[in-house]
Design a protein around this ligand. Sequence first.
Ligand code: ASP
Length: 402
Amino acid sequence: MKIKFNLITQIFIAFIVAIALGIIFGDSISILAPLGDLFLRLIKFIITPLILSTLVVGVASSGDPKQLGRMGLKTVFYYLLTTAVAIIIGLSVAFLISPGEGVDVSVNESEQAAAADTESQSVVETFLNIIPENPFDALASGNILQIIFFAIFIGLAITFVGKKAQPVYEFFDGFAEIMYKITAIIMYTAPIGIIGLVAPVIGEYGLSVLLPLIKVILAVVIACLVHAGIVYSSAVKIYGKINPIKFFKGISPAALVAFSTASSAGTLPVTLKNTQENLGVSTKVSSFVLPLGATINMDGTAIYQGVAVVFIAQFYGLDLSFLQLLTVVLTTVLASIGTAGVPGAGLIMLTMVLSSVNMPLEGIALIAGVDRILDMFRTTLNVVGDASATVVVGGSEKELKK
Ligand code: ASP
């Protein structure tokens, strides 16, 4: 008898195999890492053309700048609101678990120096940076917000120009189809890629590395589960009339890719594919909401920053006043907007949050050792959060196929 597994099952199996391999072979399993890099490069190479073409087509085919504006407002509002809730959940769970009490984490000097060295962008700069000085530069360097800006303008202008711009529209439309096809082909390599990405991480971080910080990891995981279970579940149920189980199942391949790659930008092609094919979100909505989300919406990162602040405060025996907590909520929302969807970005943005409440930046070195593990969890939530936005915005714009 021949058993055929679908892609979702294959990805799940690969994941379990990766964990087993990591535990059995330890550090030496890093020899599989090139397989992970291969998969990462494959999905990364299509991000820029995929965003550009699908977003141009999405905007141009809506033909209605008003709908676009409305969609934009809803999306940004949902992103900000859920991020604010996320950080509050993160802080609450952290206070309940008290991850920083009674721990002794040794910090090496180079990590401390690196922590003190990192600097973050100012808020104004972050906003101004959305406008590319040279769109081709933005495309070449893969600056997602700038690409979004460029694509929206092309799409809008295509509608305004009308007939003469039709060939350009058709070009992007055909190009977008080709990009989707390439994504589908690349996904066949996902199981191998996931083994190559996950096994070395598990091999490197044996249990002994994780133990001192196990409470930090627990706090982040619990807060992520609470956020997904309450906020996303009710949002997709109310606005998208989608059963939460169906939602989580539909987005699970993207969630696993996010977990393995720790990059929401890198996961984008898969998130686009899942929301359109498994959740019935229209291209118009998904191609607008997701690239934006991969850059500005980071609920998992917000949770992580909340937990990290409490952990570092407790470790150094500092008390956090109510005003400081409020500052943390505000700066975390801003920091998560400025966080790029790449591995480790959240750790760098943590400097901004810590300095806003005058906490020692060296604290970053305390959790830097297990940051990759935390990154895997927070990125998964970041991606699931983006997907929930497509359902919410799609539902309220009547852009969901049943
Ligand atoms: N790795 C995260 C992401 O790609 C960002 C972070 O480091 O928090 O979504």
